[in-house]
Design a protein around this ligand. Structure first.
Ligand code: SF4
Length: 207
């Protein structure tokens, strides 16, 4: 499939974290700074400068542009390491600790799919660098994870085509979300609840 509407790799991470966050950023163009985004910027300062260096026989490319014409993806990899046999190994930098959701892994795997198409070689693994712990977590790019990337691409494409804002998830994710002030998840969830209570077609719970 060749598509003209390219999706940002970051949109996959945003959607896998929360579809409403993806819509707010990529449809409504909302972006708020908070402690988490500022930490993220600090972490990305070094890797956002395009350059490469050789470290113990490994070529390290920073801020490497990526694309997939087949999947309609575009973005930038924080770091791609090339071993002596030329195998690419993407490394995505995150300011916080590991999240329970697979959003970061999906973004990393999508980078790998781009590299496979661009360089015509397999990319079996990559890593997430968590700045909070200063540790790398290696991620096996399994078929199951690749399938999740493809599902997420389709979901993002549907979201962007529909141009509708999904309802707030209003759960633990919101505490880490830079868009909480713009999104108002609690207020909107309360509004939905009130609308349901006033709807005669909705069966109410017993008190
Ligand atoms: S505040 Fe919650 S519902 Fe709103 S965008 Fe963020 S994670 Fe999603």
């Amino acid at each position: 499939m060749i598509t003209e509407d390219y999706i940002m790799l970051s949109a996959l991470q945003h959607h896998a974290f929360c579809p409403r966050q993806c819509a707010l950023i990529h449809i409504e163009q909302v972006w708020d700074e908070n402690l988490y985004t500022l930490r993220g910027q600090r972490v990305h300062e070094k890797v956002n400068v395009p350059e490469y260096e050789l470290i113990e026989g490994i070529r390290v490319e920073r801020a490497m542009p990526l694309w997939s014409h087949q999947l309609g993806l575009t973005g930038i990899a924080d770091v791609v390491e090339f071993s002596s046999d030329g195998t690419p190994y993407p490394v995505e930098y995150k300011s916080g600790a590991r999240k329970r959701r697979l959003a970061d892994d999906i973004q990393l795997c999508a980078q790998a799919l781009c590299l496979e198409e661009m360089l015509n070689c397999p990319v079996p693994k990559g890593a997430i660098f968590h700045n909070a712990s200063k540790r790398r977590r290696e991620v096996e790019l399994t078929q199951a994870l690749r399938d999740q990337v493809l599902e997420t691409i389709q979901a993002v494409r549907r979201l962007l085509t529909g141009q509708t804002l999904p309802p707030p998830v209003n759960d633990a994710r919101c505490q880490d979300c830079s868009l909480i002030d713009a999104c108002l998840p609690q207020a909107l969830s309360g509004f939905d609840r009130a609308a349901q209570l006033n709807n005669p077609f909705v069966v109410q719970d017993e008190p």
